[in-house]
Design a protein around this ligand. Structure first.
Ligand SMILES: NC(=O)c1ccc[n+]([C@@H]2O[C@H](COP(=O)([O-])OP(=O)(O)OC[C@H]3O[C@@H](n4cnc5c(N)ncnc54)[C@H](OP(=O)(O)O)[C@@H]3O)[C@@H](O)[C@H]2O)c1
Length: 298
């Protein structure tokens, strides 16, 4: 086997990556980690619900594809499991999870299902098993997600550091990763996973504004999207003179606003219409919704 990343937990064999659910999020993760040579296709195992989805995976060269999750879990009792089903399907999956399963560790990408709920639902594996919550975004499909990860540190779990390192490298195949405490997971999810939708709205609004002033739609869309990409790159790339660790975002904004110029007029209009407050409220609303979902994910 060439090119695949080893899990350095002292075991002689590299455990397979077993994906429960093979939809959009699993596809982004699998495509990313195979493209980055993190894992070879033959070490990827996938379960889906329908034969149609299974056939799609087989056509892409994946041979270990199942339409029966129980059969898959029984065949791979020692593996790294990545739960990629919708939260409402999770109960069904758990009910068929074999009690003799010995996971290396478990990753859940399900929105709104906190670690204590995952542990409570997987009592036969959770005691000595690290469970990791991971929240990628739609941008994972192009390797540009801002993924957040959390887990409970447990010194009694042998090799936990090796598992976390491996999970981090796995997630880095689809973008950047921040490990945060679970109490901050929902606000991080709001800005990491929900905000792409709001940014699309912002870009659309920029384009609408220019179209209203006579610019063609196609040009307006391209200019608006590139302007947002360039601005984000300036924040992340220190060659712009900006240090994201030390400087306030307003410093760069001030560089663009000439006294008496056009940009500061736009800033004034945005402030007048509550732009920053609207964004802060959106983050708060998404985060609170995730809190509510966690309460009902019993
Ligand atoms: N999409 C995102 O941007 C995003 C971002 C962050 C987190 N997430 C989380 O990722 C999870 C999956 O979302 P998704 O967008 O990938 O959903 P999706 O595209 O609808 O995929 C769901 C997959 O689950 C499979 N499935 C259904 N029942 C199953 C069962 N009993 N056993 C095994 N597989 C089963 C489906 O199989 P079939 O294909 O045969 O129907 C499908 O492949 C969700 O919990 C979501 O909260 C998604």
């Amino acid at each position: 086997m060439t090119g695949s990343k080893e899990l350095k937990d002292g075991s002689s064999e590299n455990a397979p990556l077993v994906f429960i659910g093979g939809g959009n999020m699993a596809a982004a993760l699998i495509t990313g980690c195979v493209a980055k040579r993190f894992v070879e296709k033959d070490r990827v195992v996938i379960s889906v619900r329908t034969e149609k989805s299974a056939e799609k995976w087989r056509q892409k060269g994946y041979v270990n594809v199942f339409t029966n999750t129980l059969e898959m879990l029984e065949k791979y009792p020692t593996a790294i499991y990545i739960i990629c089903v919708k939260p409402q399907i999770f109960n069904e999956v758990v009910s068929s999870w074999p009690v003799n399963s010995r996971p290396k560790f478990i990753v859940s990408v399900m929105a709104g299902v906190p670690l204590p709920t995952l542990s409570a639902k997987l009592p036969f594996v959770s005691g000595n098993t690290t469970i990791i919550r991971m929240m990628p975004s739609v941008a994972s499909s192009i390797g540009a997600a801002a993924t957040t990860m959390c887990y409970e540190k447990n010194d009694k779990i042998e090799n936990q550091d090796a598992y976390i390192k491996y999970a981090r490298e796995f997630a880095e195949c689809i973008g950047t990763v921040e490990i945060i405490p679970e109490r901050c997971f929902n606000p991080a999810m709001a800005i990491g996973a929900s905000s792409p939708a709001w940014t699309f709205m912002y870009i659309e609004s920029l384009a609408d504004g220019a179209v209203a002033q006579g610019l063609g739609r196609a040009e307006a869309k391209r200019i608006a999207a590139q302007a947002v990409l360039g601005a984000a790159q300036m924040l992340l790339n220190s060659e712009s003179g900006f240090d994201i660790e030390k400087q306030h975002f307003g410093w760069l904004k001030d560089q663009v606003c000439s006294p008496g110029g056009t940009t500061i007029e736009g800033v004034r209009a945005l402030e007048k219409h509550g732009f920053r407050s609207a964004v802060i409220e959106a983050v708060s609303a998404a985060s609170k919704k995730a809190d509510d979902m966690a309460k009902t994910a019993k």
